[in-house]
Design a binder for this molecule. Structure first.
Ligand SMILES: Cc1cc2nc3c(=O)[nH]c(=O)nc-3n(C[C@H](O)[C@H](O)[C@H](O)COP(=O)(O)OP(=O)(O)OC[C@H]3O[C@@H](n4cnc5c(N)ncnc54)[C@H](O)[C@@H]3O)c2cc1C
Length: 476
C-alpha cells in the first residue's frame, strides 16, 4: 500500500535538457542522462502492477510491457534498479531488447511503454521508463558489464547472412549470435547502423553508442562487410548456396517528393541529403555547411522533419521554417521534438500546403508558393478531410527547400529471382514468423512495414532470429 502511493509523493522528472542557445551551436545530445539519484528516485514511482496476470484479460488494458513492441520486462528491471542491483537490471533489460540503451534514447515512449504505464492515466504522469533504461545500461557498461552475444556458447555450425545493418539486421544478428549461430552481415554503406547512424541526428542519439554495439558483435565473431551492396540475383543465389538462411533488412530508402512545379530546381533537397551531410561532422573533421546563411523551409510534420529543422539551425541557416498542412496537435511525430525545435528558434507555418517552387533564371530557389488548408466536413467514417482553400496562395521567401514527407520501399530486381513476393508498395511480404515466400529468406523492419520505428524493426529482427532458430532446432 505504502509503495503504491510513492508515485503521488514523488514528482515525475524527465531528463534535464541543455539550454537552447547552448545546444544549437553543436550536434551534442540535447538531454543529460539521469543521475543515480534521479534514477533511484524515479524508479520508486513504479507501482509494479501485475502485468503478467492482467495482460491476458479481455478488455482494453494496456501496460508498459504491452505498449512495448518487444514486450520488454520493464517492471522487473525497474525493481532491480530501485534495489541497486544494476547487474540484474542490465541482464533483464537486455533479455528481449537487443540494444536497450539505444531504444531508451530514440523510442517515442509517450505512445509506447510510457503511454501504456498505468499511472500515465493519472495526473501524476507515467514512470520515466526510457530515461531509467538508458541510465541502468550506461551504469552497467561503466561497471564493465558487456551484453550477451553468445561469447560462452558453443558454435552450432549454422550460418546466416544478414543484409542491412539497421536496427532490424542488428537485432536479428544479436539473437542469432546468442544462440551460437555464425553471422555475416552485409552493409552497403561505409558505416553500420542504418538510419540510427546516418538518419537520426547525433543530438538525439550519439553515434559512438551505436558503433559500440557493433564493436561487441564483431568481438563475438560477427563478420561485418561494409561497402557491400547486395544488388543482383547472382549475389543472392551465392548466398543461398553458402548460408542456412538469409535475413533481409534493407529499410525503406526512397524519399517522397511533394509533386510541386519546379521541384527539381537547385536548392531543393531530400531530407536524407541534409542529414547525411550534417552527420559527416560527427565522423570527420568536416565543417562545410550547404545551409550557411540560407533561409530554409522544411516541408513535413514528422520526426524526420523535426530532425531537418533542428539540423538546419545547427548548420547556421539564417532562418528556419516548417510548413505543415495540419496543426501541431495532428503532427505525426513526437511533440517533445516540436517543443525542442520551437525553443531553438524554428518557426511553424501550420495549415500550409506546398504548391510551387519559385525560381530565378538559373533555376535557383527564390521562394515557395503555398496554399492554406482547413479541415472539411466529417466523411462517413467521421474523419475530417483536409481541404485546400482556393485563392489562398501566398509566398514563403526562401533559398532552400527540404522535403521531409516520408519514405517508400524500393523493390530490388533480385526479389523476383529469389521468389521473394512483394506487396503493392514494394514492401516484402512475410508471414507471422517473418518468413518470406522463399522459405530460407526472412525479412523485417521498414523493408516490410514501410517507414516505421527502430523498436518495431528490432522486434521483427528478433522474431525472425527466433523463427530461424526453431528451424535449426536451436534454443537461446
Ligand atoms: C530522419 C529520421 C529520423 C528518425 N527518427 C526516429 C526516432 O527518433 N525514433 C525511432 O524509433 N525511429 C526513427 N526513425 C525511423 C527508424 O530509424 C527506422 O524505422 C529504422 O531505422 C528502420 O530500421 P531498418 O533496419 O528496417 O532499416 P534502416 O535503418 O533503414 O537500415 C537498412 C540498412 O540496409 C542497408 N542497405 C540497403 N540496401 C542494401 C543493399 N542492397 N545491400 C546492403 N545493404 C543495404 C542500408 O544502407 C541501411 O544501413 C527515423 C527515421 C528517419 C529517416
Amino acid at each position: 500500500m505504502q509503495r503504491k502511493k510513492q508515485y503521488l509523493k514523488i514528482k515525475k522528472e524527465t531528463p534535464r535538457k541543455r539550454e537552447a542557445d547552448e545546444r544549437v551551436i553543436d550536434f551534442h545530445p540535447t538531454y543529460h542522462l539521469f543521475s543515480k539519484e534521479e534514477a533511484d528516485t524515479q524508479s520508486l514511482r513504479c507501482i509494479k502492477c501485475p502485468v503478467d496476470l492482467l495482460k491476458d484479460m479481455s478488455g482494453d488494458f494496456s501496460f508498459c510491457r504491452t505498449g512495448c513492441p518487444l514486450e520488454n520486462k520493464i517492471p522487473l528491471w525497474i525493481e532491480a534498479t530501485k534495489n541497486g542491483d544494476i547487474k540484474k537490471a542490465f541482464e533483464l533489460s537486455n533479455e528481449v531488447s537487443p540494444f536497450p540503451e539505444i531504444l531508451g534514447m530514440v523510442c517515442p515512449h509517450d505512445v509506447l511503454c510510457q503511454g501504456g504505464c498505468t499511472i500515465s492515466k493519472t495526473e501524476s504522469g507515467s514512470v520515466s521508463i526510457g530515461a531509467i533504461e538508458v541510465y541502468l545500461n550506461e551504469q552497467a557498461f561503466k561497471m564493465g558489464l558487456k551484453p550477451d552475444y553468445g561469447q560462452n556458447k558453443d558454435r552450432t555450425g549454422k550460418k546466416v547472412a544478414v543484409i542491412g545493418s539497421g536496427p532490424a539486421g542488428m537485432s536479428c544478428a544479436t539473437f542469432l549470435l546468442r544462440a551460437g549461430v555464425e553471422v555475416d552481415m552485409f552493409e552497403k554503406s561505409d558505416r553500420p547502423g542504418g538510419l540510427l547512424t546516418y538518419g537520426i541526428p547525433n543530438f538525439k542519439i550519439k553515434k559512438d553508442v551505436i558503433l559500440r554495439r557493433f564493436g561487441w558483435m564483431q568481438e563475438a565473431g560477427m563478420n561485418l562487410h561494409l561497402n557491400s551492396d547486395i544488388k543482383d540475383s547472382q549475389q543472392l543465389k551465392n548466398m543461398l548456396d553458402e548460408y542456412d538462411a538469409i535475413f533481409v533488412g534493407l529499410g525503406a530508402p526512397s524519399s517522397r517528393g511533394a509533386r510541386m512545379k519546379n521541384e527539381d530546381s537547385h536548392g531543393v533537397y531530400h531530407v536524407m541529403d541534409i542529414l547525411k551531410h550534417a552527420q559527416k561532422r560527427v565522423f570527420e573533421d568536416f565543417y562545410e555547411s550547404i545551409l550557411e546563411d540560407k533561409h530554409v523551409v522544411v516541408i513535413g510534420g514528422g520526426d524526420s522533419a523535426m530532425d531537418a529543422v533542428r539540423t538546419s539551425v545547427r548548420m547556421n541557416a539564417k532562418s528556419v521554417r516548417c510548413a505543415y498542412r495540419r496543426d501541431q496537435a495532428n503532427m505525426p511525430g513526437s511533440q517533445k521534438e516540436v517543443i525542442n525545435a520551437k525553443e531553438e528558434g524554428v518557426l511553424f507555418e501550420f495549415y500550409t500546403a506546398p504548391k510551387e517552387v519559385v525560381v530565378d533564371k538559373g533555376r535557383h530557389v527564390k521562394g515557395m508558393i503555398c496554399q492554406k488548408t482547413h479541415l472539411g466536413e466529417p466523411d462517413a467514417s467521421g474523419r475530417r478531410k483536409l481541404e485546400v482553400i482556393e485563392g489562398s496562395d501566398f509566398e514563403l521567401e526562401c533559398d532552400v527547400i527540404i522535403l521531409a514527407l516520408g519514405f517508400d520501399n524500393v523493390e530490388f530486381p533480385w526479389y523476383d529471382d529469389a521468389q521473394i513476393n512483394t506487396g503493392r508498395w514494394g514492401d516484402i511480404l512475410v508471414n507471422e514468423e517473418k518468413r518470406t515466400s522463399n522459405k530460407r529468406v526472412y525479412a523485417g523492419g521498414d523493408a516490410v512495414r514501410g517507414a516505421d520505428l527502430a523498436v518495431t524493426a528490432a522486434a521483427d529482427g528478433r522474431l525472425a532470429a527466433l523463427s530461424m532458430m526453431q528451424d535449426f532446432g536451436l534454443t537461446l
